[in-house]
Design a protein around this ligand. Structure first.
Ligand code: UGB
Length: 622
């Protein structure tokens, strides 16, 4: 074994001599041999400043050891280790300082993809194919983000999708996956007994609370063995253009860290060996999705159907995009050397790219009132086989970027430390030209209603652009369900306009149902018949698989809950005072945070509520 003194004498590389780090030298006796190797690597990569303030051995020994524990973690969790991170950081920081365009040589154009219209023959066909394929799918939710834009104190997965039932995002996602599993199994006459695997990527910011949410709710009905949490690690922050690592302002014995981005999901899946396990079990698809889109599962069956039918290796879900909306644009990039790829160009890069390539107005709407580039909603469907082949080459590393906020035009110093980041949708960037990369566009009302912005910022969104707030996210659920019921023939009243937390929104009847009641258009249309109508002030909650709505006229609130073995027919005329939306102010701290961020609470005054807990056939005729 190399002695500490020998190790130290090797610390003379690139002009960083032993004598330049005397404070480290003095403390080497505290370190294990592997830690001495790491110390050497840090000095070699220009990080001597990390030790400048280290006192004599005997002072803060535990903190010094903890520092090296952290360095060990940072080193092992990054492919290629910290030395590789620092090297890449230096290159990317130099490019950024030089103002190098990451899309140099590429010309953007509008790609063509599959455009779906909800409820038409094509859509129904894709949905059926998608449900059939679902038993061969695994779902991966990226939920490591803190949601700084939303500013909510809890984890976003715990937020209610809507407050009529109070179902949180995680519960809704799990129930949707379980409903798909059941429906897929039924379509194949129960031949398939497979549980759809569900992976959640967490981070130090979200892990404990995600686990607690699952455990305190019995995994919302999913088998605990079906769910796997993979925690992403943060990466070291950089304080200057030389990629010197930043010390934590709260603790000078720690390196400051920040999230590396959702792109980590690929290396985590790969390194854990999960993908091969899935392949061996006969799975074919991996579906990636984000933490707060309550509409997403209305788009999943048809999109999976598109992937299967078109044999797409990569299928990105998209919606029409408003110019400058904070969602990436799906773009065809053609290089001067002939290469071409269909890829997401992130919202902050699309405008400069367009301006640099002959579109002086940049990211603007076309005559349709939308950007010509479809908006990426970051829901990716990857075919497992080609995905594994690609990751064998890359190890799951995704092309990184750096986004320093400089103090001034000289670009010599940063306002605050920065770090390398990566995005999961950049996965196709390394694919060969033979890869089948496509996308599927659906109406926004059906597919996309994220909760990302706090009330103050949402109220400032330019008129006509979506708020992406808790208010708009909830209203979007009611609108989608109302429009779906209209499509199957229910006469649903028009919405009224109301203002909550400074945001003007359409308020439709508050119609909600469990995913197992209406997963696809065909499901809903098979459960609603006769002449039905719903007034704008109505609320309808369906919690039960076999509830059949027939000749129902609703003007008030109706809640039906039933066990799977009960078949309930609901009809007649329901009229009561119902449930009323009352304004609350987001600054009113006497109201729980998850309520006040939406700007209203529901006053449940009067309802018709029926529970069917026994098997059998029931008829509720009011
Ligand atoms: N996330 C992680 O799991 N880990 C991280 O380190 C960071 C985030 P944001 P963003 O569809 O609305 C994305 O912050 O990154 C999770 C697309 O890049 O909500 O600004 C996090 O928990 C963009 O192209 O979004 O923008 C969350 O679930 C566009 O499609 C998810 O990653 C946009 O989303 C997204 O994180 C959109």
């Amino acid at each position: 074994m190399e002695s500490a003194t020998e190790a130290l004498s090797n610390l003379s590389v690139n002009g960083d001599s032993v004598s330049s780090v005397p404070n480290l030298q003095k403390n080497l006796c505290l370190l294990f041999p592997e830690q001495i190797e790491l110390a050497k690597m840090l000095v070699e990569t220009g990080q001597s400043h990390l030790f400048q303030h280290w006192p004599e051995p005997g002072v803060d020994n535990e903190e010094k050891k903890a520092f090296f524990d952290q360095v060990t973690r940072l080193n092992s969790s990054y492919p290629g280790g910290l030395a590789s991170y620092i090297k890449t950081a230096r290159e990317l920081l130099a490019d950024s300082k030089a103002g190098k365009n990451p899309f140099d040589g590429f010309t953007p154009s509008v790609p063509t993809g599959e455009n779906l219209t909800f409820g038409d023959e094509n859509f129904i066909k894709f949905e059926e194919t998608g449900v059939r394929e679902a038993q061969n799918a695994a779902f991966v939710l990226v939920a490591g983000g803190l949601g700084e834009r939303l500013g909510y104190n809890g984890i976003k997965l715990a937020l209610p999708v809507e407050t009529t039932t109070g179902t949180c995002f995680l519960q809704h996602y799990i129930e949707s996956i379980l409903a798909l599993q059941e429906a897929s199994c039924r379509l194949t006459q129960g031949k398939c007994q497979r549980d759809i695997p569900f992976v959640i990527m967490t981070s130090d910011d979200t892990h404990a609370r995600t686990l607690q949410l699952l455990e305190s709710n019995s995994y919302f009905g999913m088998k605990p063995s079906q769910v796997k949490l993979l925690k992403q690690e943060k990466v070291a922050c950089l304080e200057d253009n030389d990629a010197r690592l930043a010390l934590d302002p709260q603790n000078k014995y720690r390196i400051q860290t920040k999230p590396h981005g959702h792109g980590d999901v690929h290396s985590l899946l790969y390194s854990g060996g999960l993908l091969n396990t899935w392949k061996d079990a006969g799975l074919r698809w991996v579906l990636f999705f984000q933490d707060t889109n309550g509409l997403l599962f209305k788009a999943i069956p048809a999109s999976l159907g598109v992937s299967a039918t078109k044999q797409y290796h990569v299928n990105s879900l998209a919606v029409p995009r408003k110019a400058k909306e904070a969602i990436g644009g799906i773009t065809r990039l053609t290089h001067t050397d002939g290469r071409s790829m269909v890829i997401n160009v992130e919202y902050n890069q699309l405008d400069p790219l367009l301006r640099a390539t002959g579109h002086p107005d940049g990211d603007v709407n076309s005559e349709t009132g939308y950007s010509p580039f479809p908006g990426n909603i970051n829901q990716l469907i990857l075919e497992l086989g080609p995905y594994i082949e690609e990751l064998k080459k890359t190890g799951g590393c995704i092309k990184e970027f750096v986004n320093p906020k400089y103090k001034d035009a000289s670009k010599t110093s940063f306002q605050s430390s920065t770090r390398l980041e990566c995005m999961m949708q950049d996965y196709p960037k390394t694919l060969p030209p033979s890869a089948r990369v496509g996308f599927t566009v659906m109406d926004t009302w059906l597919a996309y209603a994220p909760v990302k912005n706090n009330p103050e910022d949402a109220a400032k969104v330019p008129k006509g652009n979506p708020y992406h707030s808790a208010t708009s996210g909830e209203m979007a659920i009611y609108r989608a369900n109302s429009l779906i019921l209209r499509k199957v023939g229910v006469q649903v009243d028009d919405p009224v306009q109301r203002v909550f937390n400074g945001q003007e929104v359409e308020v439709w009847p508050r119609i909600t149902w469990k995913p197992q009641w209406g997963l696809t258009f065909s499901d809903v249309s098979s459960k609603v018949s006769g002449s039905c109508s719903m007034s704008q002030r109505s609320t309808m909650v369906i919690k039960g698989r076999n509830v059949f709505v027939e000749d129902l006229s609703l003007d008030g609130a109706l809640v039906i809950e039933s066990v799977d073995e009960a078949e309930v027919k609901v009809g007649g005329s329901v009229q009561n005072t119902g449930w009323i939306l009352e304004n609350v102010d987001y600054k009113d701290t006497s109201v729980p945070e998850e309520i006040r961020i939406r700007g209203f609470r529901i006053n449940k005054i009067e309802q018709l509520e029926e529970h069917y807990s026994e098997p059998g056939k029931f008829n509720l005729k009011v």
